[in-house]
Design a protein around this ligand. Sequence first.
Ligand code: ATP
Ligand code: MG
Length: 230
Amino acid sequence: PLPPVRGDIELKQVKFEYEPGRLALKGIDMSVKAGQSIALVGHTGSGKSTIINLLCRFYDITSGTITIDGHDIRDVSIPSLRSQVGIVLQDTFIFSGTIRDNIRFGRLDATDEEIEFAAKAVRAHDFIVNLPQGYDTEVQERGNVLSMGQRQLISFARALLADPRVLILDEATASIDTETELKIQEALKTLLAGRTSFIIAHRLSTIRSADNIVVLDHGNIMEQGNHEEL
Ligand code: ATP
Ligand code: MG
């Protein structure tokens, strides 16, 4: 198992092919210090999701290494890796059940107080208590009790409760109203504070606040630096 990490991540000459002979990543070098945030940007097909897939070990790299606090991620068990590397996907996963169950997912031992604390921290509490049954309101996987923005806030509360050292986030592109947008920005700040994060960023505000921005192009890093440098 992976011992508790601080969250230093290093990719060295990472190459990956989904199909033999077609490199989706052509030798990526990237390092992130514990607590820092990195925004991955680039055109469609440039390799953003592939990097995320490798970090979570949905696939194993073809060559090169990925280390977390110096441990090669291939040498640790997948459950122990995923308990410290959390992921929030773009197509927010809401399942049929109560709001409470949806937030608790992944932390079944969480108390009601912990659930509310997480929801308050990401500014989801107010809309939840205004639902007919509050935290006990039943939602459906594809139902429309929740707006897109609300679904995102639920997924943030879930991630905050799980409290991983490293957080991977595929930022949603869905258009949401300005008020919710601001809430999400605030919530994101709270969620990312003190964690190492990899964000496939679509919002300019997210890109601006990243410690490092990596621009990918056809499986290579085209340039990197912070917002002022680029
Ligand atoms: P987008 O902005 O569209 O999400 P992306 O930057 O996330 O793009 P990737 O999904 O990482 O891009 O894709 C990188 C390359 O790998 C592309 O050439 C893509 O066609 C290929 N690819 C991605 N997923 C698979 C897969 N499951 N099987 C085969 N090839 C894939
Ligand atoms: Mg993608």
